[in-house]
Design a protein around this ligand. Structure first.
Ligand SMILES: Nc1ncnc2c1ncn2[C@@H]1O[C@H](COP(=O)(O)OP(=O)(O)OP(=O)(O)O)[C@@H](O)[C@H]1O
Ligand SMILES: C[C@H](N)[C@H](N)CCCCCC(=O)O
Ligand SMILES: [Mg+2]
Length: 211
């Protein structure tokens, strides 16, 4: 079994990057965003690099960096290219030493296409990663959360549990109960997100079951 954790979310903009930084800090892991779309506001790799305190974590280079802030298959099409999943998988082998945890972050959620044939979900399965799902509370988030859980269950992908992004809401209990996946923690809404905040939140996560 690879020591790989894939951070997915119930959608885009739900707090995966900050959560990934906290998980990376907690495990003193390495971080990797293989496919980045949208470059104008900076990359997730730059964000995570700026938020880590420990001296051992490495933030690896992306395999694809695509300018358009869109689904990877569309952003790739605009640049007359195609995301080659085999290349992403080969790169995972290259960047990851066998004894180190790798925290990988997807672009958007699991049913985001990487090309005309492959979804992010398929990449997760091929990476043989264990999954952490980031959920945020909003009206409609129970549906998005349980759809995400269902597609992972149906794919037989191992799930470590949920990390909630933002302040507590009872919907969180619903999502845990209906899905059967445990709560690994919550990253509260912060007025200022910095290294100290990430370090503090990393110390509160309980990432059990990772092996
Ligand atoms: N707990 C928090 N406190 C304050 N701001 C937050 C928190 N979580 C996320 N944010 C902010 O919300 C915005 C969207 O979150 P983020 O970029 O992490 O989404 P994402 O799920 O990683 O999206 P993508 O699919 O683009 O990778 C960012 O500006 C981020 O800094
Ligand atoms: C640009 C954005 N921040 C993400 N990196 C890409 C999100 C793709 C979402 C696609 C979709 O679900 O419609
Ligand atoms: Mg992100």
């Amino acid at each position: 079994m690879y020591k790989r954790i894939f951070i997915t979310g119930i959608g885009t903009g739900v707090g995966k990057t900050l959560t990934a930084a906290c998980v990376t800090e907690a495990l003193q892991a390495d971080y990797w965003k293989p496919v980045q779309t949208g470059l104008e506001e900076g990359t997730d790799t730059e964000t995570v690099r700026s938020l880590l305190s420990n001296p051992v974590s490495v933030c690896h280079k992306e395999v694809y960096c695509l300018r358009e802030p869109a689904s990877p298959h569309l952003a790739a099409r605009l640049e007359q290219t195609r995301i080659d999943v085999e290349r992403v998988l080969q790169q995972a082998e290259i960047v990851q030493p066998a004894d180190r945890w790798l925290v990988a972050e997807g672009a958007g959620g699991l049913m985001v296409p990487l090309n005309e044939d492959v979804f992010t979900l398929d990449l997760v399965a091929r990476l043989q990663a264990q999954v952490i799902i980031v959920a945020q509370n909003y009206l409609g988030s129970i549906n998005h959360s349980l759809l995400t859980a269902r597609v992972l269950q149906q794919s037989g992908i191992p799930v470590l549990g949920w990390i909630f992004s933002g302040d507590y809401h009872t919907n969180e209990d619903e999502v845990v109960q209906w899905s059967g996946y445990p709560r690994l923690g919550r990253i509260p809404q912060a007025a200022r997100v910095d290294r100290a905040f990430v370090k503090e939140q990393a110390g509160k996560l309980t990432i059990t079951g990772a092996h």
